[in-house]
Write a protein that binds this ligand. Sequence first.
Ligand code: ADP
Ligand code: MG
Length: 486
Amino acid sequence: MSNPIKLKGEKFLWEMVIGLEVHAQVKCKSKLFSGAACDFGAEPNSLVSFVDAAMPGMLPVINKEAVNQAIKTGHALNAKINEISVFDRKNYFYPDLPQGYQISQFKSPIVGEGWIDISLEDGSSKRVEIERLHLEQDAGKSTHDQDPNLSFIDLNRSGIPLMEIVSKPDMRDWKEAGAYLRKLRSIVRYIDTCDGNMDEGSLRCDANVSVRTEGDVLGTRCELKNLNSVKFMMKAIEFEANRQIEVLEGGEKVEQETRLYDPNKNETRSMRSKEEAHDYRYFPDPDLLPLHVDLQRINRLKKELPELPDKKKERFEKEYNLSSYDAGVLTADIQHANFFEKVVVGRNVKFTANWIITNFFGMLNDLGKSIDESPVDSEQLGELLDLIQDGTISGRTAKDVFEEMFTKGGNARQIVESKGLKQISNTDELEKMVKDVIDENNKQVEQYRSGNEKLLGWFVGQVMKKTGGTANPKIVNEVILRLLKN
Ligand code: ADP
Ligand code: MG
């Protein structure tokens, strides 16, 4: 059982209720209703067809690939795929959507109810239900900070297909919300229907937050718009829940409204109230027929799904005998999982998993790099691990070699040779050095022999110093113990 965080107000203990609306840009070649390309970072207004620019008389044509991607995502969310769905016009003034309305799906979305399981910190898991997934157009982008008098509009994003994935209000604190968003991102990356990149805005999240005393009916919610990182989303929810508690305990009512989170001040501010915003006057778009997808196509797309995160984690636990935690870390990201599976072939599993999780992922994390950008590939890392395993270098030295490979490039073997980092495991050679250390330090030898055994570490340190850290510490230990006894 999960144990969600409760917030203590002045008077009561409060429970949070959270539902997320996630916008995921569909990974596909062209826009939802035109043939213009969907690339990120192109010259402004270079990827705009007459449809995207809303020229009079232009007609939208549905993009089959985008529909397939939405269906695949629906399957991965264990959801019902609707054979018939309808595109509606959502009337709303977006300065960067020239049609004057957005084509979306309202009453009949392409994907109905589903669920995903999330893993929580205490090792438990929880099912979060999904209300729907629908397809809609993205708007363009306005820039207001390039000129004192002018705003610029880039329509490249206008018309890019978006999947809006709406959860039920099933999450009970910000950690559950964070786990849900991470899991959703992991899934769309596994099935390659969205690149999941929150920095570039391909994945964006609105969080609906309300609070209630335990067991009470649902409270009035506020919607926090456009949260663009998991971390900020979690902070925004925490702030907002505390704000609502203060309002309620002060005897006032929470107004249903849309609020914006300011990460610099860590607070949410009112953006618009419900009354002003929500009369979209949806109606079926007369330019588009209802969308039919036959069962055969739906089933074929289901069969094409790759192994999903939960299944992969289960397999890693069984096949590699990894702990649930390690398997979870290794399979959270498809590329991480693939990397591990390449390196582990023919190598010790536990050792490889530990090294990848601690040192390799640790380094990527420290430098803020994704695995694509890693200068060390799976083969190069494998070579380094072999050098540790066959005793050529110590684990300590390996970390330095790895850092050099990562920051300056090069292969492990070359670096070890050129820098003379080979571990000295030759007992005779080490014995000679230990004897030197003993001869040079009579005082410490006496202290050791009269019972100060803590000095053992100090002797090891002296030998390590002499060898620039390349002595095999295990053998040094043995030799010192033996020679100091005499
Ligand atoms: P709208 O279209 O007005 O945003 P929806 O019914 O689509 O309304 O709900 C949007 C989101 O709000 C859903 O994710 C849902 O789970 C969540 N939600 C609904 N009621 C509450 C509530 N009382 N507290 C928190 N979240 C809620
Ligand atoms: Mg909404």
